[in-house]
Design a protein. Structure first.
Length: 425
């Protein structure tokens, strides 16, 4: 198996609801699993991106939203064996019990620092003891567990000073090499990507069915009441953003995440599905385009960080999807480089203010930008490298895009979190 195939396969992961509440619930449920008895209190320490992304985010199987309730439900009903789907079996009684925990002031949430690096520390105290679980850098990457003061698991934690000693695998490749891989990888080697479409389409269907969605039904109306019309842009926007809306309001269907985000996974895939269905293209063509979409997204995200002040769903996943549109249009890596320049010069800097219904609007913007960027690039219309943050190569441009987020937007991240905290006072 090619190492890029392995990279994609390891990164694809189901996530129920937005990934951040799922990760919070997972951390708390894991800590609770070590200490029996009634819950006395839960203390949660989160980095700024984690704190922000779950701040007003819907939670699966619940009418609640946000950090406190994700932690409370994790303590009451979370199943740590299901990781990011740990809240899959929550009942009404569990919701009532979680609401009581919050009402009694037994859940405390604090922010640790302004950083794009994922950090969760969940401390659970019960009548039977106390346990702590720490997660770092990836949503399910537990690096330390303490039970009643004793360390039961410890991994070496990568510090800020040594994170760049070895470049991430994806940065060993140029865009040209990634495109060559996409064109030549054996079809059966990437057939597993089918699972992403099965999962994301089921989430889309839930978004269309459920009366709680609003964008989804209007996007369907704009597409002449059809899921697949002859309008590629409207079809792509419907498929993508009905699924995103379903996810952020907490409907009970998982998304297939990429780079730790369900919304990234949706944007990187669903518009391509619409285009391939309208044009009658093969599943093989769809999976090859998706592999390209994923890898370009990963390339940018390794610079921007997992959670930052800019909307990685729109910028990183949107750029990956735009390159995949060029591939489906018969364009080469030079047309993709032009597309990256167009995306870089347009939506880079779009802020992330948490996982919420605003993600749907950002998804709409990203799909529009991707289709326009790809179309212009195919006609050799693009923003030249001399302008702004565009680089002399597509790799350089993608690096600059990522660096706008981290370290570039650290001050923006602080301002966003300050606003959220001011609103909650």
């Amino acid at each position: 198996m090619h190492e890029l195939t392995q990279l994609i396969k390891e990164d694809m992961r189901p996530a129920l609801g937005v990934t951040e509440p799922g990760a919070i619930a997972y951390a708390v449920s894991k800590a609770k699993s070590f200490v029996p008895g009634a819950i006395e209190n839960v203390t949660l320490l989160l980095n700024s991106g984690m704190y922000k992304n779950a701040y007003t985010c819907g939670i699966p199987n619940s009418h609640f939203y946000g950090n406190e309730y994700a932690a409370a439900l994790g303590a009451i009903a979370g199943n740590p064996e299901k990781e990011l789907e740990s809240l899959a079996d929550v009942t009404k009684e569990d919701n009532d019990a979680a609401g009581q925990l919050v009402a009694e002031g037994k859940i405390t949430v604090k922010m640790s620092e302004i950083t794009s690096r994922i950090f969760i520390e969940a401390q659970v105290k019960t009548t039977g003891g106390e346990a702590m679980v720490r997660i770092r850098d990836a949503h399910t990457n537990i690096v330390r567990i303490e039970v009643n003061g004793q360390v039961v698991l410890e991994k070496e934690e990568i510090t800020e000073s040594n994170t760049q000693e070895e470049p991430p695998l994806i940065h060993n490749y140029t865009l040209s090499q990634i495109v060559a891989y996409v064109k030549t990888v054996p079809a059966e080697e990437i057939e597993f990507i089918k699972a992403a479409y099965e999962m994301n389409y089921a989430l889309f269907e839930e978004g269309i069915r459920n009366p709680r969605t609003t964008y989804a039904r209007y996007l369907l109306e704009k597409n002449d009441g059809k899921i697949i019309s002859q309008n590629e842009l409207n079809t792509a926007s419907l498929l993508c953003n009905a699924a995103i809306e379903a996810r952020v309001i907490g409907l009970d269907k998982p998304a297939m995440s990429i780079t730790g985000s369900g919304a990234h996974g949706i944007i990187a895939t669903m518009p391509l599905y619409g285009v391939c269905k309208i044009r009658g293209l093969s599943d093989e063509m769809l999976y090859r385009a998706t592999a390209l979409s994923y890898l370009v997204c990963m390339y940018i995200k390794e610079y921007s960080g997992k959670l930052s002040a800019f909307c990685g769903c729109g910028i990183a996943a949107g750029t990956g999807m735009a390159c995949a549109l060029v591939y489906l249009n018969g364009g080469d890596e030079h047309a993709m480089a032009r597309t990256i320049n167009n995306m870089s010069s347009s939506i880079t800097g779009m802020i992330c203010h948490g996982g919420n219904k605003g993600c749907t609007m950002k998804g709409i913007v990203a799909v529009n930008a991707a289709f326009q960027s790809a179309d212009f690039a195919m006609h050799e219309i693009y923003i030249d490298e001399i302008h702004g943050i565009n680089g002399a190569s597509p790799e350089e441009t993608m690096r600059y895009m990522g660096e706008i987020a981290s370290p570039g937007m650290i001050g923006t991240e602080k301002t966003i979190v300050d606003i959220l905290q001011e609103k909650s006072q």
